[in-house]
Design a protein around this ligand. Structure first.
Ligand SMILES: C[S@@+](CC[C@H](N)C(=O)[O-])C[C@H]1O[C@@H](n2cnc3c(N)ncnc32)[C@H](O)[C@@H]1O
Length: 203
């Protein structure tokens, strides 16, 4: 398909998307917010008073959702991209895979973390297989970080692609968490290979 035809289709798709319309009405920065909302409705991962890390947070709709709906939490949002401020959120601009950035996250909390959520994805290269491999590596890194920093019984949620590292991630998660679920929220586009892994109760 020619590039301009592809872009035209993309614009039509965006205009028809009810999640985009709704996010504009509700003042959220991205339609991705509804994925977190749907995950939370089903798995009840968020509650007042917890320590949360949002990995790959920009433009910020997940952090906005948490900040608006839950009280007394400590929320750290990290992304390589610049993000506009969000109330009650501590932002870090940097690469999460960098040890120094991970240390900054840990140092911010005075106690262990209750929940790590990751919507990290690389900028699309146009090569779906390559994108899913690199994003898979990010999920593995996020899972390793979680098993080292979460409190016992803590939870981890991550975007995961149906690709080469899928089985590795699920197996690793099952070793470390008592409950592991794979869920594709209705807000996740049907033509995307994306799903989410929800891991509860760190062993
Ligand atoms: C799909 S977007 C996240 C959308 C976000 N959940 C929201 O609700 O607005 C994926 C983000 O992951 C970020 N990202 C990718 N690799 C990263 C890394 N190594 N460290 C930090 N952020 C990263 C990208 O910059 C991008 O902003």
């Amino acid at each position: 398909m020619k590039k301009n035809k592809f872009s035209k289709n993309w614009i039509i798709k965006q205009k028809r998307d009810i999640y985009i319309k709704q996010s504009k009405i509700e003042g959220y920065r991205s339609r991705a917010v509804y994925k977190l909302q749907e995950i939370n409705n089903k798995f009840k991962i968020l509650k007042n008073g917890i320590n949360v890390v949002d990995l790959g947070a920009a433009p910020g709709s997940w952090s906005q959702f948490i900040s608006r709906n839950f009280k007394n939490l400590k929320l750290v949002s990290i992304d390589t991209k610049e993000m506009e401020e969000i109330e009650n959120t501590h932002q870090i601009k940097g690469d999460f895979t960098d040890e120094l950035q991970q240390k900054k996250i840990i140092d911010y909390f005075s106690r262990k973390i209750d929940l790590v959520i990751s919507d990290m994805a690389v900028n699309t290269t146009g090569n779906k297989n390559l994108d899913s491999i690199v994003t898979g590596e990010l999920s593995i890194e996020a899972l390793n970080f979680s098993t080292n920093t979460l409190k016992k019984q803590g939870s981890f949620v991550s975007k995961i692609f149906m690709g080469s590292s899928f089985n590795e991630i699920v197996q690793h998660a099952k070793k470390n968490f008592k409950q592991v679920h794979i869920f594709k929220p209705p807000a996740s586009r049907k033509d995307s290979k994306e799903s989410f892994i929800i891991c509860k109760h760190l062993r």
